[in-house]
Design a protein around this ligand. Structure first.
Ligand code: ADP
Ligand code: MG
Length: 393
């Protein structure tokens, strides 16, 4: 028997408590012991590359997938562990997917009001609330249309209305903007942020797009190969990425190899191709060892002639792209390539420039030969040459 929460119960957001969540498909451990606490009403973005386990975690939260180990609690109540499993319809949550997943045989209004039927609301009340929800997403005039008569963006707004109309305790979004064009994506992102926050539900929003994550999140949780590697507000993830993986995945202008000259007051001084750079560092960075300095795009600045900067690298412009408010340059610098170097002036290819580097946006990590950095071998065993930045003649 379905015991859907009554309307009065279904108001406040769930607190979500995930402990040691493990999920396996065959031999593959897709969730490798995830611990995560989400306070009620918080907007959490789960960020990770394709295949990192984001959808699997959402499906475990939703209850369409069982855990192999660990537990999930909503507002203190056990919903999943190795033995117990509360079915999805009893978890008081709603999901919005990449592919909209509307019922094709129901109109927009039918899709939205269907979500209210299990709440035992009087049908006129349900209808009014569904109409209001459609109005909120700007679709009041299209209420009688069927999904196939709506554009992708309109269908996703119906899905959004359907998700919030029953006031669930948890809203799950799985890459809801991925199938939409850029301008529409931006507008719908704002609408999701507003409507989801107004609903007071706790939100778990999945994306592989770091810009989307930074724009939406109260907190970002970064997932790498089924492990949660860092969680915190966007500012913290950006300024203090805990690992090289997090740093790379959340916006990089480039990486510079170097050697640690010294550590002082929370900063490391790194020799990069003969230029001393002051940078932040994380983890076990040791004087004398080799490191990799990751540079955030916002930390780079073209220095004017004669301008003094704490740290700078000379470089040659190898590409320039117009970005509306100015230009983004790619430079072959002493030590490595830096991309996304912004300036309001267009510096043509071949220009010799000096790039200032803000220590706050640069971080050193121990040089570890992980698979991404190890030499790639071709089938005949030869190591291919890495694509090199071409220096203009
Ligand atoms: P993401 O959403 O981050 O792209 P997923 O959670 O969809 O990642 O998938 C994580 C890993 O689990 C992938 O390697 C995927 O191939 C695997 N996987 C997902 N679902 C299944 C399934 N039903 N059966 C077997 N493997 C699966
Ligand atoms: Mg996915």
């Amino acid at each position: 028997m379905s015991i859907a929460p009554t309307d009065a119960e279904a108001r406040a957001g769930h607190t979500v408590e995930i402990r040691g969540a493990v999920k396996r498909y065959g031999k593959a451990r897709v969730l490798a012991g995830v611990d995560l606490d989400i306070p009620a009403g918080r907007f959490l973005v789960l960020l990770g590359p394709s295949g990192s386990g984001k959808t699997t975690l959402a499906r475990c939260l939703a209850g369409v997938e069982r855990l192999d180990g660990g537990s999930i609690r909503f507002s203190g109540r056990l919903v999943s562990d190795g033995r117990h499993h509360l079915p999805p319809e009893r978890r008081n949550l709603a999901m919005v997917f990449q592919d909209y997943a509307l019922w094709p045989h129901l109109t927009a209004l039918g899709n939205v009001s269907y979500a209210l039927r299990r709440r035992r609301l009087a049908s006129d009340v349900a209808r009014r609330r569904a109409e209001n929800a459609l109005e909120e997403v700007g679709l009041a005039s299209l209420a009688e249309r069927y999904p196939h008569e709506l554009s992708g963006g309109q269908q996703q707004r119906v899905a959004l209305a359907r998700a919030v109309v029953a006031r669930p305790g948890l809203l799950l979004f799985d890459e809801p903007l991925s199938n939409l064009d850029a301008d529409l994506r931006e507008r719908l992102r704002v609408q999701i942020a507003t409507i989801a926050r107004d609903s007071e539900a706790t939100v778990v929003y999945i994306t592989h797009d770091q810009a989307e994550a930074f724009a939406l999140a109260d907190d970002i949780a970064v997932l790498d190969k089924g492990e949660l590697v860092q969680i915190g507000p966007p500012e913290q993830i950006y300024r203090q990425p805990a690992t090289l993986f997090v740093a790379r995945f959340t916006g990089s202008a480039g990486e510079l190899p170097g050697r640690v000259l010294g550590l002082e007051g929370g900063y490391a001084v790194i020799d990069v191709a003969g230029h001393p750079l002051r940078v932040r560092y994380a983890g076990s960075v040791v004087v004398g060892t080799r490191v990799r300095v990751l540079v955030r795009p916002a930390a780079t600045r073209v220095l004017l002639e004669g301008e003094i900067s704490g740290a700078a690298l000379p470089g040659t412009v190898i590409d320039v792209a117009y970005r509306g408010r100015g230009y983004e340059h790619v430079l072959a610098c002493a030590g490595g390539t830096l991309a996304a170097v912004f300036d309001s002036t267009r510096w043509p290819r071949g220009s010799e420039l000096s790039v200032g580097l803000d220590p706050e946006g640069c971080a050193a990590y121990p040089e570890i030969l992980d698979t991404e950095m190890a030499p790639i071998t071709t089938p005949n065993g030869a190591a291919p040459t890495r694509a090199k930045a071409a220096v203009p003649a």
